[in-house]
Design a protein around this ligand. Structure first.
Ligand code: TXE
Length: 498
């Protein structure tokens, strides 16, 4: 890989301390004794062997979570006591930022400096956000027409199953676990098989912080075995999933076929970024590039379809290509590097095959298009122009550093093109014109719209899909409500007929 900087990389690589399943407050081997390898995408080499959870281990973990829910202190504690423990956990995470950041870097190829500055401190802050909500969960006193006293209770939904992906191993962990804990739920989480390391580290710190045994169980394993055991489990009350649309559909089917547990699904995307003639071309090109290259394009809200109005198109294209050529790909521990390796061989090959589709389907390859080096899973920032809306590179989620660049004339045309996708996760608009911004933001069917920015996230900003990008929201109090259910209690007022 090309890299501008010199670093002593070995200094950053942590010893792997936790490789077993975390069930009922203990690190244990899997019942089958099986293990799987987690791979460093910088080299394709094995980092560690991890205990592989299968259906039997999920059963044990669910039993522990069930006991912790039915008989344990967690759901019964006053909210501020849960909050106090969660805040301690957040502080412990803050004390271990560098080590956890390094785990996500070797496991997922994510930029070390970014994990250290944003992802891992972000985990602590997500936990703090929901800890702050733990003692503010309450129902309403109602006013029925008849002489009844009626009120609602907000109760924790029960035992939750979380299935998370590999692109944001830490953020996804926190976004699922923190609101469920605040709500008083107990849970079993399956990290992605590509990235089990940080989740096990967080589990260890949860125990140290005083989260009672059985409340948080972490079972690494594969989707078809451990994941499917969660979605089809008769004693899990809710499943929260982030991953591909295909697997989301399977999860919904097995939830329906088992105990009808509610599911929330945060799935794929093919998000549009619309750049209008009045935009600052240089800034817009920077934003568009970041929109597709951030986290190597492995982000569900990647701005993978970029539509540019014809008046600035040529200048924009020129600037974009210049900037893409200057983008630094290399070892993610190197602070000068902007893009690390793709997460694994499967993802790497998928992206390269889409690049071939782009060429074969008649799009123009403006820059990139090749792998870098012979070791690890590095891919050049890749931009296609002359993309037709029905091409595979304009319709399918590639989940890599590959942009489809298109031109438009009118606002109406831009809106129509932006919505020409089965997905609806995010969209970006670049314009100084308030009328355009207001019209377009209301016309695009997506869960989050960024105006003159991209990837602007916040703990209190709900985030999730329209259409086949799924349903349910992560972040914000909306997410807390996924883990609660409403119970109505009704009683006649003294002596009144009912
Ligand atoms: O995802 P999977 P993969 C998209 C992206 C990517 C593609 C494939 O386009 O290229 O999906 O990635 C678990 N029952 N996204 O194959 O398989 C799995 O073990 C229950 C978008 O890695 O969806 C992992 O923990 N669980 C996305 C999680 O699901 C199952 C992030 C996600 O893996 C299962 C990741 C099953 N039958 C990929 N099969 C986003 N929205 O951010 C797998 N899993």
């Amino acid at each position: 890989p090309s890299s501008n900087g010199k670093t002593n990389l070995s200094l950053e690589i942590p010893t792997i301390k936790f490789t077993k399943l975390f069930i009922n407050g203990e690190f244990v081997d899997s019942l089958s004794g099986k293990e799987f390898e987690t791979i460093d995408p910088r080299s394709g080499e094995v980092i560690a062997k991890i205990a592989e959870g299968t259906k039997e281990d999920i059963d044990v973990a669910v039993k522990a979570a069930r006991v912790a829910f039915d008989d344990g202190p967690w759901p019964r504690m006053p909210g501020f006591v849960r909050a106090k423990i969660m805040l301690k956990w957040a502080d412990l995470i803050d004390q271990n930022i560098e080590e956890i950041a390094a785990l996500d870097t070797i496991d997922a190829g994510k930029l070390y400096t970014f994990c250290k500055a944003v992802d891992i401190p972000g985990v602590a802050n997500i936990i703090r956000y929901y800890a702050g909500a733990a003692d503010k969960i309450h129902g309403k006193v109602l006013k029925p027409a008849r002489e009844l006293h009626a009120y609602t209770l907000m109760e924790p939904i029960g035992v939750v199953g979380h299935i998370i992906p590999w692109n944001f191993p830490s953020t996804m962990f926190a976004a699922k676990v923190a609101p469920a804990l605040a709500a008083g739920c107990t849970m079993v989480l399956k990290p992605a098989e590509q990235t089990p390391l940080s989740a096990l580290f967080y589990a260890h710190l949860a125990k140290e912080a005083g989260i009672p045994d059985g409340v948080l169980n972490v079972v690494p394993g594969f989707g078809a075995t451990a994941g499917a055991a969660i979605s089809s489990h008769m004693d899990i009350d809710k499943v929260s999933f982030t991953g591909s649309t295909e697997v989301g559909r399977e999860i919904m089917v097995s939830a329906a076929r088992s105990n009808l547990k509610p599911v929330s699904l945060e799935l794929g995307g093919k998000s549009p970024l619309l750049i209008f003639d009045d935009a600052d071309v240089n800034k817009a090109a920077e934003l568009a590039l970041l929109g597709i290259l951030f986290n190597k394009g492995e982000i569900c809200v990647a701005g993978s379809r970029v539509f540019v109005q014809e008046g600035i198109y040529d200048e924009f294209e020129k600037k974009l290509v210049e900037k893409a050529k200057a983008w630094v790909v290399g070892d993610p521990f190197d602070p000068k590097v902007q893009q690390g390796p793709q997460v694994d061989k499967k993802q790497f090959e998928k992206i390269l095959s889409y690049i071939e589709h782009g060429k074969n389907d008649g799009a123009t390859l403006l820059t990139g298009g090749k792998k870098i080096g012979d070791k690890g899973y590095y891919i050049e920032p890749t931009i296609f122009s002359n993309v037709k809306e029905d091409m595979r590179i304009a319709q399918d989620e590639i989940f890599g550093p590959v942009m489809a660049l298109m031109k438009f004339k009118t606002i109406e045309e831009a809106i129509k093109s932006a919505n020409n996708t089965k997905y609806g996760l995010a969209a970006g608009i670049v314009t100084k014109n308030l009328d355009i911004a207001n019209t377009v933001s209301r016309s695009i069917r997506a869960g989050i719209i960024w105006i003159n920015c991209y990837f602007a996230f916040g703990n209190d900003i709900p985030y999730g899909g329209y259409k086949m990008s799924g349903f349910g929201r992560d972040f914000g109090l909306e997410s807390l409500h996924k883990y609660l259910q409403v119970k109505s209690v009704v009683t006649p007022i003294y002596n009144s007929p009912w």
